[in-house]
Design a binder for this molecule. Sequence first.
Ligand SMILES: [Zn+2]
Length: 276
Amino acid sequence: MEEQLSKPVCRVCRAQPANTAEHFIPQAVGNRGLVNLHVLQQDGTTAVKRCTNGYYEHVLCSKCNSDPCSVYAQAYARLCKAVSRAAGVSTLDNRVSVPLSGFHGQRFVKHLVSMFLCVSPWEPAEEWNDLQAYVMDRSAPLPPSSPRVFLYLNTGNVGRVVPFCCMVELSTSRHVCFVEVSWPPLGVVMAYDWHEKFARMFEVTAWGKLGYKDYVDETLLLPRLRIVSGFPLAYGTRREVEAEEAAKLPAYLFHVPPGSMGPTAVGALLEKRGLR
Ligand SMILES: [Zn+2]
């Protein structure tokens, strides 16, 4: 165990050392240059880490980083660019309409699942074996045990990274387990449980079951949600976020392994000037 903690292995293949600086939010979507990482600590305070070459972590081996993951990242970057182009025009119900054609939806979902594995604290977790196999094998369909995938337009100036977490609303006893990786303009939530917040988001789980070469021709309808804090699944102005917290009394349960091997020990905001 000590050996594993001191020498992290690749989150995808679990075989090779994690020896590459992986920008799982690709540099092509602006994750380069100075990025400030505001890491939420267990006591509720934040610590700021300045990343001068974008935000990256040593979470993949060089083999997985180049093949298959680089192809998946291209699909992610392409969708981000389509969302950026469409962001200025809203539908009547204040969503953004993003037309896609000839888009490799399955590769996009494989990138999201690789991000899921990259941001979560590393420890041997057999329940994620299916997700690792899904990323490694280009033709593998999304396994039934996977989280559902929801998208929204992140209108904030900051991104948010939430490693695998369970939110319990003490006022209602509801819970939802999920990962969130939302770099502007694309918000992504991968969830194992349903929550009313997902109702207006656009679900793309079905893309994960397509073939590697299959195309998606579809128009996404993304709600506009604003991120202002590091608190998971919290959207809107600070006042709105505080009012919701007071009403629902959410508690967040994180798995923090010994030595805090996670890229973000609890949760983080990513701040880059000039992003929208
Ligand atoms: Zn690997």
